[in-house]
Design a protein around this ligand. Structure first.
Ligand code: FEO
Length: 173
């Protein structure tokens, strides 16, 4: 693997681990604020992020490339409200999408087809993750700050899905 691409892939791990860490902190905050469905959904997002980091690590290991685990910053422990929390998630996801796009570009320039195929999965995944965060932000804004509105969103999230979010089947091409 070309050194520049290898460095970028290792650097990308920081974003995935940071997201896992922050989403776990969010899950804890949501649980403490009596939103168990939302908390469980956020916990699943955290677990998904660890899976993303592991996909990159597995790819590097399969190709006998070095893996350098990053330092993970301490996550925030408080948010003004659920809207601010999800706005933070959306910004995170947009940052990850930008990193994946840059990696895909770098893999193309390096003529590294294996890395491109691995990264293609992330291109689709990021489209879904941004869609979920955007849809959830919309639901929370509609719900307003009343307890009843939040309870409804919490019940929706307990199903594991965000209404209106694109899925692998219906994501725009
Ligand atoms: Fe792995 Fe949500 O980016």
């Amino acid at each position: 693997m070309k050194t520049e691409l290898l460095t970028k892939l290792n650097e990308h791990l920081r974003l995935e681990f940071r997201a896992a860490h922050e989403y776990l902190a969010m899950s804890i905050w949501l649980s403490a604020h009596d939103l168990p469905g939302f908390s469980a959904w956020m916990r699943q997002q955290s677990s998904d992020e660890l899976g993303h980091a592991n996909r990159v690590i597995e790819h590097l290991l399969e190709r006998n490339q070095p893996v350098k685990l990053p330092a993970i910053p301490e996550p925030p422990t408080d948010w003004p409200d659920p809207v601010a929390l999800v706005a933070h998630v959306l910004r995170n996801e947009q940052e990850v999408t930008a990193s994946i796009s840059a990696l895909y570009e770098a893999a193309g320039q390096a003529g590294d087809r294996a890395a491109q195929i691995m990264l293609q999965w992330f291109v689709n995944e990021q489209m879904e993750e941004e869609s979920s965060a955007r849809a959830l932000l919309g639901r929370l804004r509609l719900a307003g700050s009343t307890g009843l509105g939040l309870l409804l969103v919490d019940q929706e999230l307990a199903t594991g899905n965000v209404p209106g979010a694109a899925t692998a089947k219906n994501a725009p091409q």
